[in-house]
Design a protein around this ligand. Sequence first.
Ligand code: IVH
Length: 680
Amino acid sequence: MVSKRDIKDQHTDLKKEITYHNDKYHVDDSPEISDREYDLLFKKLKDLESKHPFLDVSDSPTNQVGGVKLSELKAFVHELPMLSLDNAFDEQDLFDFEKRNLNKLKDSVLFDYIVEPKIDGIAISLLYEDGVLIKAGTRGDGAVGEDVTHNVLTIKGIPTKLNSKNTKIPKKIEIRGEIFVKISDFKSLNNTFKKSNQKVFANPRNFVAGSVRQLDSSIASRRPLNIYCHSVGFISEGSFFETQVDMVKTFQGWGLPTSDDCKLCKNIEEVNSYVSHLTRKRDGLDYEIDGIVIKVNDKSLQNMLGASSRSPRWAIAKKFAAEEGESKIISISFQMGRTGALTPVANLEPVKIGGVTISNATLHNMDEVKRLDVRQNDYVKIIRAGDVIPKVTAVLINERKAAAKKVLPPSHCPTCKEPISFFESNTPMLDCNKLKTTDRKCFGFSQFKETLKHFVSRNAMDIEGLGQRTIDVFVEIGILKSVTDLYKLSKSQIIDLEGFASKSTEKLLDSINSSLTTDLHRFVYALGIKEIGLETSKNLSKYFTNLNSIQAAKYDDFIQVDDVGEVAATNLENFFSNIDNKKIINEFLKLGLNLKYQNKSKASHLTNKVIVITGKLSQYSREDLKGQLELMGAKVTNSVSAKTDFLIAGEDSGSKLSKANKLNIKIISDENLESFINKT
Ligand code: IVH
């Protein structure tokens, strides 16, 4: 048993260790451990303290705001707090930012924006009175920072007197900006430091902090520091600037450096495309940026929007660095897909990336595992791009411990003992009767369950009430051994199962039975043939018009169909010539499969019209409405552009509605939908 004394000793050691690293980071600007290692230490301390309330926490880093030890520098009290910026992680967040602002202003005000790089340096406040620099301070906690006037006065790019030749100067103005070092300067200086055994800096930001936050100004004076000015804090004259662009130009006139990469954008779409442009340009910039700042251009609108206690409502930072994270691989497991491909998956210690907690990341396939040389217990880099499944991009090889273990894919299924190649077919498993085990952990069962999940999904047979959990149970108790078994289920088999009652059982059986009457393309898609997605299934349906012709087709026929390449044509031929699949399709027909083929679209008032659907509709599901409009000759697309003829906007329509409004696109409401379709 661990004694109280041991726990106290462990606590004291941890406190000391963290205080040491706090000083290294905040005072010396020279961290010795990664942010993640620091976070882990901190978590260990917090866990220990919450488990053992007798510990003395009065001097613990967990008890200090931000864990920051104040330096010897004088305090700098900000006249107005230096706020933070809210974060956006994708295009949708930017559309939502605009929507929130439009709502707040309760008016269809057309915004234009200024878009700027978010410089990763040290935030600074410069106080000018009658055009003369009198004080400079760091951000600190936003309310109180450190007085670094003596160092700022040595930075060549910062004018000690504003140039008032062409522009009037306010009595008192607080200019805000970011001090940074060019990456090229940082690299060459660090090299020199290394050669002469001097302290080397971890990154450009630490270098800047280590130069600006010094008592001795001779250090800063020897360092190549730069500034970009981006905003105003306190100003004695109320409405001095009309727009943000006006402010940037005035700064330039006064001799204050601003970034060359600022751009005025006319609307949020232009913002998004400039954000993409800057993101691509990021690696080519000679200064580090950790995001892109988007600001409402008009100052009177900025004032109307105001700020929360944390951040202004008129600006937002599109972040990219947060989309990359690091974590430890607890284990590597293998996931079976419906076509029998085994995908290695890294099970991670949970980590927040771009605001989302990630605990799994794909390793794609064994070639990728080999290429990265990734092992169990390794620390890895993970990237999360938008809604795509997070993936492991690299191993932090310097942090590899002896416990790191290579993982091989199973050569045989651990439960049914079948060689794994048995599952690597190109077709889904529509029937699991051939499996030699009833153990639900068998890879074969996983594959069959995946096939079923796809078969019942919304764009396929669209069976309601058959979620993953229910499928698992039905397969595990043996009432589903083949996809066709779905249509043989009886009320008595289901009603006593957990989560089912008489009504829900009937509803499920109704949904199953009515799914037998469906579109040809839905059935083809439901079969889950590798490479055959929804659009290809629609093309197959249009080309062949009936199931018989599809079954009789050969490679040379399939290859004629739009969208069908060599691999897809081979998969189709293999699938439909396979004797087991033929049997299954015959069984479907015996069960009453009734496939509709929609004839070519008819000429109507919607022929060739481009339509976008958004929001919730009371009478239609999205897919049904899309199908109906396509039948009438319309083209249904996903995003609003100048080419869009109509936007059908249901309840809770978001950015698409505001965009369509701006582009003067005709909006069809849920109420008017019926008369729009029927032209009444
Ligand atoms: S505008 C928040 N523009 O980002 C009030 N800030 O999270 C308006 N930063 O420490 C700030 N580049 O120093 C603005 N182009 C830019 C910026 C920028 C870097 C820093 C800023 C502050 C932090 C806010």
